[in-house]
Design a protein. Structure first.
Length: 452
């Protein structure tokens, strides 16, 4: 397989997965509306995200063992098939009038399980198809697909709900999943070359096998530092962007759904433009700058502006600028892992890393509500405890306590990212850790292709 064939295979798989993500995002949006209509509570929606991230993080610690042992193409096919069966089950429950909120929680738990296999398999496959010099661009294309589906899904789902209802949206989701499976079935993906680390993993006992990824990371302080920084970044995101952004905008705008929609659109547009820029640019020469430097600036401009802003125009600017840097952050981080970890053990190592990096997000979800409702919002009302400190900066009244949360995560994010440069092993992770053997072009021709 030459470079052209690898790129073609990657683009076909990427297209199929992007179409499937769009179908999934439309169903998720439609089910969100259905769930809110049933309870009228924001907690119902937050718990769905919690259950998905919880199972993803838990299963992801061990799923990489099977990702490395099995044909990764088949892992992705089975993951897509599992997601389709979840949608099919919900479709059956809805069609018979038996769907309840608890079924959505169960569906999110199962979705997290399948994602825990899909994500490391997809990332590991990329290193078999794309030359290392193009990994940042390829990862940028991945985030571009994700952000595009998030922008288009509310529009398409809203129109389709009026035309064909929730049942029809789920049928379309099933169709897109089958399309993604079809693209995978038509592709050939080479086996990864066996590395010395991979041979040690194969000879390990059962306990060592399941802890291999964790031990591999712990023994490499640069990778460990990257993982800890990313865990903190996801914690801050869970506290504010995921946890209270919508509530803050609604509170500060007098319940204006139009303002919230504009802010959410700015989030999506920033992510899409950031993905386009990254795909064309290729990212910084030293990827650690994309993870630390650009991410630190993102916290300053995104969280900071959202915390300080008191008008829709400022919130829209903050949302756009904050999300503009996200593709570079994600792609730079993932590309370093892909470059430094041998391809035949990437399932174990990346699975463990992704799981631990994500585990702080549900913690942020759980803490965000009580922190806002029980502490900071009351403290920022007229005469509240913190009004004399933060009031001149954020204003007071509804939503001001959540604005303070954004200011605090802006400060914490900047300190975390820029402080990462003080850690030598993290700052020099690309120089100190040797590159893994190049899987594409140099080794692929010697490996037996896998495919029907």
């Amino acid at each position: 397989m030459n470079e052209h064939d690898g790129l073609r295979t990657f683009l076909i798989i990427w297209f199929g997965q992007t179409i499937s993500m769009l179908g999934t995002a439309m169903t998720s949006f439609a089910l969100t509306i259905w769930a809110y209509d049933q309870t009228g509570k924001a907690t119902t929606l937050a718990l769905q995200g919690f259950f998905m991230y919880f199972s993803y993080s838990l299963v992801g610690l061990v799923s990489g063992v099977w990702v490395d042992r099995w044909d990764r193409r088949r892992v992705m096919i089975l993951s897509d098939l599992g997601a389709a069966l979840i949608t099919l089950g919900l479709l059956g429950l809805y069609s018979t009038g038996g769907m309840r909120i608890g079924h959505l929680y169960a569906a999110q738990l199962l979705s997290g399980v399948f994602s825990a296999f899909q994500s490391p398999a997809n990332s590991a496959v990329m290193t078999l198809l794309i030359p290392r010099k193009h990994l940042v661009r390829a990862n940028g294309l991945q985030t571009l697909g994700q952000n595009t589906s998030q922008i288009l899904s509310p529009v398409f789902a809203g129109l389709l709900l009026l035309a064909i209802g929730l049942r029809g949206v789920m049928v379309i989701d099933l169709t897109t999943a089958l399309f993604a499976i079809g693209t995978l079935l038509s592709m050939r993906i080479p086996r990864p070359p066996v590395s010395a680390e991979g041979q040690r993993a194969l000879s390990a006992n059962r306990w060592q096998t399941f802890t291999f990824g964790l031990r591999y990371i712990a023994q490499r302080r640069g990778l460990l530092g990257m993982m800890v920084v990313y865990m903190l970044i996801n914690l801050y995101a869970g506290l504010t962007w995921f946890g209270v952004l919508s509530a803050m905008i609604l509170s500060r705008s007098g319940g204006s759904e139009t303002t919230l929609s504009a802010v959410q659109s700015a989030l999506g547009l920033g992510g899409v433009l950031g993905g386009v820029i990254l795909t064309v640019w290729g990212g910084p020469k030293r990827k650690v700058h994309g993870m630390l430097g650009i991410a630190g600036i993102s916290f300053l401009l995104g969280d900071g502006i959202l915390g300080l802003g008191q008008t829709p125009a400022v919130w829209i600017a903050g949302a756009f600028l904050g999300s503009l840097a996200v593709p570079t952050l994600i792609s730079s981080n993932r590309s370093i892992w892909q470059s430094k970890v041998p391809s035949d053990i990437q399932g174990r190592v990346l699975g463990a890393a992704m799981a631990l990096q994500s585990i702080t997000t549900p913690i942020g979800y759980l803490v965000a509500g009580p922190l806002a409702d029980d502490l900071l919002e009351p403290a920022m009302r007229a005469g509240g405890t913190f009004t004399s400190v933060f009031g001149p900066i954020t204003g007071t009244g509804p939503g001001a306590g959540m604005a303070v949360m954004f200011l605090l995560t802006s400060l914490a994010g900047c300190l975390t990212c820029f402080g990462g440069y003080l850690i030598r092993d993290l700052r020099n992770v690309e120089r100190n850790l040797p590159d893994a053997p190049e899987s594409v072009l140099t080794r692929q021709a010697e490996a037996a292709p896998v495919g029907d």
